[in-house]
Design a protein around this ligand. Structure first.
Ligand SMILES: [Zn+2]
Length: 323
């Protein structure tokens, strides 16, 4: 079934940048990764959060300061958007996404995964907001000056608290994907706005630290936030993940919160090396929709999962900004 898709997380921007260091640079319009605009055009509408992903080790990996990696990758991605403005336009709100869709265009929303590229500096967030950034994690898999990760443990630091407050003052959604359990609950102690997990599954269904416990998911719902279903095979099932495993995570979350208003997509496409059997790239969201319907999901909840809930959480973040 052709559905409009709003996906809260992908690593395509960094994939295009990494590729740019090779002889055959690939482009957003058509490439051999998970996401390109030609395949996204087969969906019934498309809004994609594109993460500028950085971690401190990029300084060694790319042999240049991580801040420079961030600047170059962002510059490269903005050029890609400009080159494809006949198909996709930047968006910073649900009304801009709607306006783009009315022109038959897809939408690109900028997000931060791991603020290493901005020096973990809350004072830079206001400029980022003005550039169109609307979501930020507090880190990736490392311990940093803001918080510990799901791999290291360790809660939110004082600077981390400042980072959360500044995001929420501006209307940037705080994203708990990758954070430690302690850091998650520290954020919940101080949050004034919806909190999202842009690309995290259920730990009850697949027991790994990157996934959310039932209590965590319910707390995200309580804030008015959302969790994005991640398609990385290892986060779905220990081995042999297929489309049914994706459905299992969806249905578990729906058991916890039958409203279905706090669940979205966050595929982690181009950020993971293995997808579930039956999912080849962004256009496979159509096949996943079919499987969810076959498994008994009603069309309204499917539409909420694929589109409405992510649009709604963007609206609720903006309201905080205007308080
Ligand atoms: Zn990630």
């Amino acid at each position: 079934m052709r559905m409009p898709v709003f996906d809260l997380h992908c690593d395509t921007a960094m994939e295009l940048y990494a590729d740019g260091n090779k002889a055959n640079k690939s482009h957003l319009r058509k490439n051999s990764g998970h996401i390109d605009l030609e395949r996204a055009g087969k969906l019934g509408g498309y809004a994609q959060c594109f993460a500028m992903f950085t971690t401190p080790s990029f300084t060694e990996i790319y042999n240049r300061p991580v801040e420079l990696v961030y600047e170059q990758a962002l510059g490269n991605f903005l050029q890609e958007l400009e080159a494809n403005k006949d198909l996709i336009l930047p968006a910073g709100s649900s009304s801009e996404i709607r306006a783009n869709a009315q022109q038959g265009k897809m939408s690109a929303i900028l997000t931060i995964e791991g603020p290493a590229g901005i020096g973990f500096d809350p004072e830079r967030l206001e400029a980022l907001y003005r550039q169109g950034f609307r979501i930020s994690t507090l880190g990736w898999n490392e311990q940093n000056v803001l918080a510990g990760s799901h791999k290291t443990g360790g809660g939110l630091t004082d600077l981390g608290k400042t980072y959360v407050r500044e995001c929420q003052r501006l209307g940037i959604l705080v994203d708990v994907s990758h954070i430690s359990d302690e850091g998650f609950w520290d954020i919940m102690d101080i949050t004034q706005a919806p909190v999202i997990a842009s690309h995290s599954n259920s730990r009850s269904v697949c027991n790994i630290s990157r996934n959310l416990t039932d209590d965590m998911y319910m707390e995200i719902c309580r804030t008015g936030g959302t969790a994005g279903i991640n398609l990385y095979a290892e986060f779905l099932k220990e081995d042999d993940a297929d489309l049914d495993c994706v459905c299992d995570h969806v249905f578990h979350f729906l058991e916890l919160d039958p409203s279905g208003e706090h669940l979205s997509l966050g595929g982690d496409l181009d950020g993971c090396d293995k997808l579930p059997a039956g999912f080849a790239g962004v256009d496979s969201y159509n096949m996943l929709a079919d499987r969810l319907l076959e498994r008994g999901l009603d069309e309204k909840t499917l539409h909420d999962l694929y589109w409405n809930n992510a649009m709604g959480v963007m609206d609720r973040a903006v309201r905080i900004n205007q308080k």
